[in-house]
Design a protein around this ligand. Structure first.
Ligand code: THU
Length: 127
């Protein structure tokens, strides 16, 4: 699975986002160590609070299917880059402390980051 293929999966699934309130559709594709990919989209709620981001949808799908070894996540939106929110970063660092993050768009450009860069000095009960 190349970076470009993972980004393409995020771009493809983005169409399924349910974002009638923000109008901002996000897609994610989470690569597991065995090569399995779980996709996710943001799903909003009329009452706002229950809304979930694309990244956490992908993580929660994977975790609920028994996966725990994550390598990389691609996140795409209709801006040059969509930086994951703080809540998603907290979930990422707990389940994938060495996660690579590709932030991209339908035009195909992307930047590479790591969860350690996005959430340094994170809280952990193990510290
Ligand atoms: N959103 C994501 O799905 N991922 C991000 O990284 C940032 C924001 C969603 C949440 C909400 O549905 C919409 O984008 C606007 O904030």
């Amino acid at each position: 699975m190349t970076d470009e293929q993972l980004l393409q999966m995020a771009n493809d699934i983005r169409e399924r986002a349910y974002a009638p309130y923000s109008g901002f559709k996000v897609g994610a594709a989470l690569l597991c160590a065995d090569g399995t990919v779980f996709t996710g989209v943001n799903i909003e709620s009329e009452t706002y609070t229950p809304s979930i981001c694309a990244e956490r949808t992908a993580f929660f799908k994977a975790i609920s299917e028994g996966y725990s070894d994550f390598v990389k996540i691609a996140v795409t939106c209709d801006k040059p880059f969509c930086s994951p929110c703080g809540v998603c970063r907290q979930v990422m660092v707990e389940h994938a402390p060495d996660l690579e993050i590709l932030l991209g768009n339908p035009q195909g450009t992307f930047k590479r980051m790591s969860i350690k860069e996005l959430l340094p000095e994170s809280f952990s009960l193990n510290d």
